[in-house]
Write a protein that binds this ligand. Structure first.
Ligand code: DQA
Length: 154
C-alpha cells in the first residue's frame, strides 16, 4: 500500500479565458470556462491528482500564483493566453518555480496570426500542447501524472 500523498497541480489560466464559449468560438470552441473547470477537476480526480484551477486577467497575479506553486504544488499546467506572446515576467516566474510545467493552448497558435507563433514560455516549459481544444488540459494532466509518477517507486 502506498503512503505517498496525492500530488497537487496548479492549473493557471491567463487573460480572457473566463470568456471561453462566448469569445471566438471558431478558435476556442463553444464550451465555457465552467465546463473547462469541470473537465479538469473530473480528470484530475480520476488520475489521483489534487487540482487548483484558477483564471486571472492580470499579469502580476498570474506571476504571484506561479510563485505560490513553488511552495504549494508539484507541477503546473499553464495557459498564459495572450501573455504567452508578451511576458518575460511569466517566463521568469516559470524558471523560478522550477517545477514540471505543461504549457497548453486551446487553439493551434501556429496556424493563426504570426504574433502568436512565438512563446516566451515554450523554451522553459517541460511540454507544450497546442490545438487539442480544451482536451489539451486532459493531455497535460496525463503527461504530468506520468512525469510525477516516474519519481515514485512501484
Ligand atoms: C490561447 C492562444 C493565445 O494566442 C490567445 O491570446 C489566448 C488563448 C489558446 O489557448 O489558444 O488568449 O492561449
Amino acid at each position: 500500500m502506498s503512503t505517498v500523498s496525492k500530488p497537487r497541480v496548479f492549473v493557471l489560466n491567463g487573460p480572457n479565458l473566463n470568456l471561453l464559449g462566448q469569445r471566438e468560438p471558431a478558435a476556442y470552441g463553444t464550451q465555457n470556462y465552467e465546463d473547462l473547470v469541470e473537465l479538469v477537476t473530473r480528470n484530475a480526480n480520476d488520475l489521483g491528482i489534487n487540482v487548483d484551477v484558477k483564471q486571472t486577467n492580470h499579469e502580476g497575479l498570474l506571476i504571484d500564483w506561479i510563485h505560490e506553486a513553488k511552495a504549494a504544488a508539484n507541477g503546473i499546467i499553464l495557459n498564459p493566453a495572450s501573455l504567452t506572446h508578451t511576458s518575460i515576467g511569466v517566463r521568469d516566474a516559470v524558471l523560478a518555480a522550477n517545477l514540471p510545467t505543461i504549457e497548453v493552448h486551446i487553439s493551434n497558435v501556429h496556424a493563426r496570426e504570426e504574433f502568436r507563433h512565438h512563446s516566451f514560455v515554450s523554451s522553459v516549459a517541460t511540454t507544450v500542447i497546442v490545438g487539442a481544444g480544451i482536451f489539451g488540459y486532459v493531455l497535460a494532466l496525463q503527461n504530468l501524472s506520468h512525469i510525477l509518477n516516474q519519481g515514485v517507486a512501484a
